[in-house]
Design a protein around this ligand. Structure first.
Ligand SMILES: C[S@@+](CC[C@H](N)C(=O)[O-])C[C@H]1O[C@@H](n2cnc3c(N)ncnc32)[C@H](O)[C@@H]1O
Length: 194
């Protein structure tokens, strides 16, 4: 699962791993105290740490199939002095069910959906893991170049492709917004499990 190698991971993390936009995501995604959050395609873990630190008693599980990304994420976790009860990084793809949890409040995928090898399978796994009323929050950078030789699904970098994937997986109240800054033009798509 996953086709990123060490060199993709290191060059991506150096350039894009810590954005001001990552710091804004907990607010944009309306994280509340006590939330149980799953982040998919967490890369080097900076966003997961921002989420864990954003409100009291937030618990974050963050997955990425790339071994080097999980190593970078665990280094950041150690520096941030966070406990494993607050945040855990797991080497796995979005398609893999890593827990029988069905009580997630929020699933977040930043710049990662277009990299998933089996997006339909991943989305049904996510749907099953969310509680009723739970939300998925996705963002894509409309201008970020694709890492060199990686195979991606470009339809999942656009609203229509993400909307169709969410709708066919059972999500409702699909909302699109845009956030623009000098870092980029970020498409945001949110949806709810009925
Ligand atoms: C463009 S990076 C985004 C990293 C991070 N979310 C961020 O905001 O910087 C895409 C990530 O998707 C991961 N990825 C690749 N295949 C995946 C899959 N099947 N499921 C979840 N993540 C995957 C890659 O390992 C990589 O870390």
């Amino acid at each position: 699962m996953g086709n990123w190698n060490d060199s993709h991971a290191i060059s991506y993390d150096e350039r894009w791993g810590e954005l001001e936009f990552h710091r804004k995501i907990p607010g944009l995604a309306k994280v509340e105290p006590g939330y149980s959050i799953l982040e998919l395609g967490c890369g080097g873990g900076f966003l997961a740490i921002c989420l864990a630190q954003s409100a009291q008693s937030v618990k974050v599980s963050a997955l990425d199939p790339t071994e080097k990304m999980i190593a970078l994420a665990n280094e950041r976790k150690e520096k941030a002095d966070l406990r494993s009860s607050q945040i855990q990084f797991i080497q796995a793809g979005a398609e893999q069910r890593v827990a029988e949890d069905t009580s997630l409040d929020l699933v977040i995928a930043a710049f990662s959906v277009h990299h998933w090898q089996q997006p339909k399978l991943a989305m049904s796994t996510i749907f099953n893991g969310l509680k009723s009323g739970g939300r998925i929050w996705i963002c894509e950078d409309l201008n970020m170049p694709i890492e060199g030789d990686l195979e991606v699904d470009t339809s999942l970098k656009a609203y229509e492709g993400i909307r169709d994937l969410l709708g066919s997986s059972g999500f409702v109240s699909i909302i699109r917004s845009l956030s623009t800054s000098d870092e980029g033009e970020f498409l945001i798509v949110e949806a709810t499990k009925p």
